[in-house]
Write a protein that binds this ligand. Structure first.
Ligand code: FAD
Ligand code: S2G
Ligand code: ZN
Length: 472
C-alpha cells in the first residue's frame, strides 16, 4: 500500500503544525518499538497533536483517507498495543504533547487532565492540593493517563482503590470518524443509560482516542507503615492477607508477593537491594498500611499483626521499615523485578489473575507442571496477590539458548493459561491484550464474549482503522 498521499501529508502537517510532525526514520524510531524491544513496527508518520481539535482533525483526515491510526502514550505497555504493524502504512498518534492539567476541584475531589499527562505528574498535582491520586506502578515516571485508561492499568494500590476503571468519572474521546465525545463530567452519580466511558477504558485504543479525563481524588495519606516479611508458602501469604484485613481493614493499601527467584534477580542486577534477613526464604511479602489520619499507630498495628503471624508460623521473619529510606529500598526491591528480568534473557510474561484464595493452588499446580515440562526453568512469580494478580514470568534455564527458550513459549503458555482458566481466572489481569495476547484471547475467551466485543468494534469503528490488529 502506498505511503500517504502528498495531499494527505500536507493536510496532516497543517493540522498539527511543524512541532507535531515526526517524519525522519531516525526520529520515528522510539515510537516504533515497545519498552522491552519485544515488538517493532514501521510507520508512515508519527504525529504529536497539541489539542483535542488537532486530534479530531487528524482522525477525520485519516478516516477519510482510509489510513489506520495507532494511539500511543508513554509506550510502556507490555502487550505491544502501542506499536504499529510492519506495513509502514499506519500513523502513530502520540498524545504526549497533550499534557495539561485542565482543572482541579478539591471540594468535588476531582481532577481533569489531558491524556498525555504522566502518571507521576498527576500524582504530584494531586499532592499539591492535599489530595491523593492512588494509581501507582513501576512505569509511573513514563506512562500517561491516556495509556493508563486505555489499558485499565492496575498497579500496587488496587486492593484499596481499584484500577483505572474505578478511578475515572468522565472522558473526552475522539471517535474513529473524528467526532468528539465530550463526556468530561465529574459526577459520582449519572444513571442516564449505558455508561459510555467504560467502552473506552481498557479498549487499548481500538474504539477511539482518549484526549482527556476527569479522575477521582482521595484524601492524602498522613500515616504509612511498611514491612518486609518472609513467608513459608503462598498459602501463608494468603492467610496473612486475611489476618491483616481482619485487623487493619482498608488501611491495608499494598500487599505484594515475591518468590525467592524474583528477589535473587533483583539482588543480582539492581544496586542497593541487599538481603534483609540472615537466611534466604522461599517467599516474601511487602506490606503497606496507610491512613489519612496523622500519627495513626500503623507501625504498632503491623508489629502486633506480624507478631501473631510469627507465632502461627504464617511468617518466618519480618522487619517494619524504620525510615523513609528503608521504605524506598523495600519498594525498589519490588519494582526492580521487571527491569532485573531483562538481564536474564527473554522474559516470557504471564499477567494472570485468579481468585485470591486460588493463588496457592495455581502456583503449586503450575510450578509442578512447568518444571516437568522444562527442567531448569526459572519461574519468576510475583505481584499484586491482594487482587489475585500474579506476574508469572519465565526465564530460561541458566546458560541455555535464548532462541530455543523462546521456541518453548507457546507450549509453556498453554500450561499456564489452562491452569488459570481451570481456576476461573483471566489470562490478562492488568496489562491488556494488545497484539501479544490477541490470539490467546481468541482461544480462551468465551465465543459469545468475543462476538459481543466484535459487535462493539464494528459499531464504533466499522472501517477498522483504530489500532487494527490489537485486542480483537
Ligand atoms: P502505551 O504503552 O503508550 O499504550 C498502551 C495501550 O493504550 C496501546 O494499546 C495504545 O494504543 C493505547 N493508548 C495509549 N494512549 C491512548 C489514548 N490516549 N487513547 C486511546 N488509546 C491509547 N501495568 C499495570 O497495569 N500495572 C503495573 O503494575 C505495571 N507495571 C509496569 C512496570 C514496568 C516497569 C513497565 C515497563 C510497565 C508496567 N505496566 C504495568 C504496563 C504499562 O505501564 C501500563 O499498561 C500503562 O498503563 C501503559 O501506559 P502508556 O502511557 O505507556 O501506554
Ligand atoms: C509489575 C510489570 C510487568 C512485568 O511489576 O507489577 O505489572 O511482568 C508488572 O514485568
Ligand atoms: Zn503489575
Amino acid at each position: 500500500m502506498p505511503a500517504l498521499s502528498p495531499t494527505l501529508l500536507h493536510a496532516l502537517e497543517q493540522a498539527v503544525g511543524p512541532a507535531g510532525v515526526i517524519r525522519s526514520a531516525d526520529a520515528m524510531q522510539p515510537y516504533l518499538r515497545d519498552w522491552r524491544n519485544a515488538y517493532r513496527g514501521q510507520a508512515a508518520l508519527v504525529l504529536r497533536p497539541a489539542s483535542t481539535d488537532q486530534v479530531a482533525e487528524v482522525v477525520r483526515l485519516c478516516h477519510a483517507a482510509g489510513v489506520a491510526l495507532v494511539p500511543q502514550g508513554g509506550n510502556t505497555g507490555l502487550c505491544g498495543g502501542a506499536v504499529p504493524d510492519a506495513s509502514g502504512t499506519q500513523v502513530v498518534l502520540s498524545l504526549t504533547r497533550m499534557n495539561a492539567i485542565r482543572a482541579i476541584d478539591p471540594a468535588n475531589e476531582t481532577i481533569t487532565v489531558e491524556a498525555g499527562v504522566l502518571l507521576q505528574h498527576l500524582q504530584e498535582a494531586a499532592a499539591e492540593v492535599g489530595r491523593l491520586f492512588p494509581l501507582s506502578l513501576g512505569a509511573e515516571g513514563s506512562c500517561t493517563v491516556g495509556g493508563n485508561l486505555a489499558t485499565n492499568a492496575g498497579g500496587t494500590a488496587v486492593l484499596r482503590y481499584g484500577n483505572m476503571r474505578d478511578l475515572a468519572l468522565g472522558l473526552e474521546v475522539v471517535l474513529p470518524d473524528g467526532r468528539v465525545w465530550h463526556g468530561l463530567r465529574g459526577l459520582r452519580k449519572d444513571n442516564t443509560g449505558y455508561d459510555l466511558k467504560h467502552l473506552f477504558i481498557g479498549a487499548e485504543g481500538t474504539l477511539g482516542v482518549i484526549t482527556a479525563a476527569v479522575l477521582k481524588l482521595f484524601p492524602a495519606i498522613a500515616s504509612r507503615a511498611t514491612a518486609w516479611a518472609a513467608v513459608p508458602s503462598p498459602q501463608a501469604a494468603v492467610a496473612l492477607i486475611g489476618r491483616l484485613r481482619g485487623v487493619c481493614g482498608d488501611r491495608l493499601s499494598g500487599f505484594e508477593l515475591m518468590s525467592r527467584q524474583s528477589v535473587e534477580f533483583v539482588q543480582r542486577h539492581v544496586p542497593g537491594c541487599a538481603e534483609r534477613f540472615s537466611q534466604a526464604h522461599p517467599w516474601y511479602v511487602l506490606i503497606e498500611l496507610s491512613d489519612a489520619l496523622a500519627n495513626a499507630p500503623l507501625a504498632e498495628l503491623l508489629e502486633s499483626s506480624l507478631g501473631g503471624a510469627l507465632e502461627q508460623g504464617e511468617v518466618l521473619d519480618a522487619v517494619v521499615a524504620a525510615s523513609q529510606t528503608q521504605v524506598a529500598a523495600l519498594w525498589k526491591l519490588r519494582e526492580g523485578i521487571s527491569e532485573a528480568q531483562n538481564h536474564e534473557g527473554p522474559s516470557l510474561k504471564h499477567d494472570i489473575s485468579v481468585p485470591v484464595s486460588s493463588i496457592p493452588a495455581f502456583i503449586e499446580a503450575t510450578d509442578r507442571q512447568l518444571r516437568a515440562a522444562l527442567p531448569g526453568l526459572r519461574i519468576v512469580a510475583y505481584g499484586h496477590v491482594g487482587d489475585g494478580n500474579l506476574h508469572y514470568n519465565l526465564s530460561k534455564p541458566e546458560g541455555s539458548d535464548d532462541a530455543a527458550f523462546k521456541a518453548e513459549a507457546e507450549r509453556l503458555m498453554q500450561v499456564i493459561y489452562a491452569a488459570t482458566l481451570a481456576l476461573g481466572g483471566s489470562i490478562s489481569a492488568e496489562h491488556g491484550l494488545g497484539q501479544a495476547k490477541r490470539e490467546a484471547a481468541q482461544q480462551y475467551k468465551a465465543p459469545l464474549e468475543l462476538e459481543l466485543m466484535r459487535t462493539l468494534k464494528q459499531a464504533l469503528d466499522p472501517a477498522g482503522l483504530m489500532n487494527p490488529g490489537k485486542v480483537v
